[in-house]
Design a protein around this ligand. Structure first.
Ligand code: PAF
Length: 275
């Protein structure tokens, strides 16, 4: 596996590469990321994984400075997983001008709701870096996890609106044996919170059951908020959206349930496709 940290170096490699499937990550890789790599390897002649902790998608007071950076361990995992290139640029390489002066990509509407409400600017930072990575790497396909369902919908919108010639592939959420969705941020949970964390997924399973039984959505939402509070969470939202276009829906056959809640200092998100 080659490790490349400059755009110029990557472009030189890219010239002889044929089709490329990209898995963009912020590192601290777990089995969820490796499932994306496995899929990427089926999609193109070459597999590239990027590791870049993107300052532009972290808000003030968020965890940018403490976000786990484990490049050496990650490189070992990627080498074993059969990745061809690890692209790991520095912040200066990706943003040669001060962040406040950098050109950004913003997908309106979709970026303002749900996680966008509590993390203003997060999605613009995310789409900016994904757009830049697409231009630097020129992948034919890119693979993202459905754990970040809203992120995936926003990326699909950006790719359609800006005509990026990239096939976007979404992969199912990987879960721990107790149901907790895998995430690099799970390691922030203290042992007590870690024990309670799967309740977020359990609450989604129960909300899905109620939806399928025809219960009123407002009632499902208010009971969800109560249940999460009783379990020690600070609930943020439970929303039902269409898997097709992310519009609000009450139609169970096309719906995904999305939830966000804080447990201690850790913000957890999860989602469940209803059918
Ligand atoms: O999902 C992530 O890890 C990040 O948001 C991404 C897509 C790598 C962009 O920084």
């Amino acid at each position: 596996m080659d490790i490349i940290d400059s755009v110029v170096g990557f472009r030189t490699w890219r010239k002889q590469a044929g089709s490329v499937a990209l898995v963009p990550t912020m590192g601290n890789l777990h089995a969820g990321h490796l499932s994306l790599v496995e899929r990427a390897r089926e999609l193109a002649e070459q597999t590239v994984v990027s590791i870049f902790v993107n300052p532009l998608q972290f808000g003030a007071g968020e965890d940018y400075s403490v976000y786990p950076r484990t490049l050496e361990k990650d490189a070992d995992k990627l080498q074993q997983a059969g990745v061809d290139v690890l692209f790991a640029p520095s912040v200066e390489e990706v943003y040669p001008v001060p962040l406040s002066e950098a050109t950004t990509i913003h997908v309106p509407e979709l970026s303002e709701v749900l996680c966008g409400k509590s993390r203003p600017g997060h999605f613009a930072g995310m789409t900016t870096v994904v757009g830049k990575l697409f231009n630097m790497i020129q992948p034919t396909a890119a693979v993202f996890g459905q754990k970040d369902f809203q992120q995936l919908m926003i990326i699909r919108q950006m790719v359609a609106d800006l005509n990026f010639p990239v096939a976007i592939v979404g992969m199912p959420i990987m879960r721990e044996t107790d149901g907790l969705a895998m995430s690099s941020r799970n390691q922030y949970l203290n042992p007590t919170d870690r024990k309670h964390a799967p309740k977020l997924y359990q609450s989604l399973l129960s909300a899905r059951e109620r939806l399928l039984n025809g219960q009123d959505i407002a009632k499902i939402q208010s009971e969800w908020t109560q249940t999460m509070q009783n379990a020690g969470f600070s609930p943020e939202y439970l929303s039902i959206r269409s898997v097709r276009d992310f519009s609000e829906t009450t139609n169970a056959s096309e719906a995904v349930l999305l939830a966000a809640a804080r447990l201690g200092t850790t913000r957890l998100i999860d989602n469940l496709v209803v059918k």
